[in-house]
Design a protein around this ligand. Structure first.
Ligand code: PGA
Length: 257
């Protein structure tokens, strides 16, 4: 059985001491379940110190972003190569990166390839905006994002990729409408179908698909209980250790139910 994956996206919150404090609360308050993998994506600044503090039996680390070149004159950037020994995962294609930092499909494709080349597992975010949803373009948008992001990977690589369905309109920092699990399931099924058609049954069965967007301790189980949902990506609620503990609890229950 696949473990449920719960990913905390701390975004641009918490300085070094605040991050360290949150981590010590998480060590204390999160029960280490064998059937739940918990991943923390702190700011780039604190990945290294948290890596020293973290109990690796309980948590893994992820980067929220990195640049697609391995090294060179790219002022202000950090490469996947530099992160190689520090993180297991990296979030790629988050809608905030697409929107505020103008990351387009080719850039996300290059980041996916760089991530895999450096033996970091990508957590690829895909999802439609409110307007695209209104126009009935959800499937087309997801299709384009998937095809492009995975274009330079082999089917072996694709088996390990994690895909997160994050409808932009459901992310708390944008508008934060709460997505209905039935609607989420429809799109997650579509993602699975696309992967099956492109890469075959084995890859479709192995690949992990998460949901993200306003997940908190009250809504988590609704998404985690969706058949085919392998976990959740949590933003705002991951900054509160009690709420986050509740989400991890819900993930455990969804496996044991
Ligand atoms: P949210 O963010 O849980 O605050 O909606 C999710 C995300 O953007 O990863």
């Amino acid at each position: 059985m696949k473990k449920k994956l719960v990913v905390a996206n701390w975004k641009m919150h918490l300085n070094a001491s605040q991050s360290s404090l949150l981590l010590s609360h998480l060590h204390k308050h999160l029960h280490p379940y064998k059937d739940v993998e918990v991943v923390l994506a702190p700011s780039m600044l604190v990945i290294q110190p948290l890596g020293l503090q973290i109990d690796r039996r309980q948590f893994r680390l992820a980067a929220q972003n990195a640049y697609f070149r391995d090294e060179g004159a790219f002022t202000g950037e950090v490469s996947f190569t530099m992160l190689q020994d520090l993180v297991h995962y990296a979030i790629i294609g988050h809608s905030e990166r697409r929107l505020y930092f103008h990351e387009d499909l080719p850039m996300i494709r290059d980041k996916m390839a760089a991530c895999v080349r450096n033996e970091i597992i990508p957590i690829l975010c895909v999802g439609e905006t409110k307007e695209e949803k209104r126009l009935g373009e959800t499937k087309q948008v997801i299709h384009d994002q998937l095809i492009s992001a995975l274009a330079n990977l082999t089917s072996d690589d694709v088996q390990d990729v994690i895909i997160t369905y994050e409808p932009v309109w459901a992310i708390s920092t944008f508008e934060g409408d709460v997505a209905k699990p039935t609607d989420v399931k429809r799109t997650m099924d579509y993602i699975k179908l696309e992967i099956r058609e492109l890469y075959g049954e084995t890859t479709a069965n192995r690949i992990r698909i998460l949901y993200g967007g306003s997940v908190d301790n009250t809504t988590a189980s609704g998404y985690l209980d969706i058949e085919g949902c392998d976990g959740v990506l949590v933003g705002a609620a991951s900054l509160n250790y009690l709420q986050f503990a509740g989400i991890v609890e819900a993930a455990h229950k969804s496996v044991t139910n």
